[in-house]
Design a protein. Structure first.
Length: 122
């Protein structure tokens, strides 16, 4: 049940980000949005820990700010994996900028939504 809630939180965060940001294009089909959220969750769950471990020295030197770069890379990887269902339009630098801003926005929205989800602890 908790896994399904996390997928829905990711889906809502992605949809709200696509609604706010003009160059962040997400499909309109709800089922495809769920698939994008699942892929985004898998990328964050499987690949992100490995990247964080390998980049630990630079993350320590930058006092954790390199984590924003890692989040941006995970969003770009998700965009590449799902193809046309999630696209960040523009040239390379514009894509990097919008992916960076979108990753911050997704993190904020996910955090706010997770406040309203009970964690099961008493």
């Amino acid at each position: 049940m908790k896994f399904i809630l996390r997928i829905l939180v990711n889906a809502v965060a992605l949809a709200v980000t696509a609604w706010i940001m003009p160059n962040f294009i997400l499909t309109k089909n709800p089922l495809e949005i769920i698939v994008v959220a699942i892929v985004f969750g898998l990328v964050n769950g499987l690949i992100k820990p490995i990247v964080k471990l390998l980049s630990l020295p630079i993350t320590v030197v930058t006092l954790g700010l390199f984590a924003l770069v890692i989040n941006t890379a995970m969003l770009l990887l998700t965009s590449w994996l799902v193809g046309n269902w999630l696209s960040i339009e523009g040239n390379f630098l514009t894509q990097l900028l919008y992916a960076f801003l979108a990753s911050i926005l997704i993190s904020i929205i996910s955090t706010i939504l997770n406040w309203f989800i009970p964690d099961g602890k008493k």
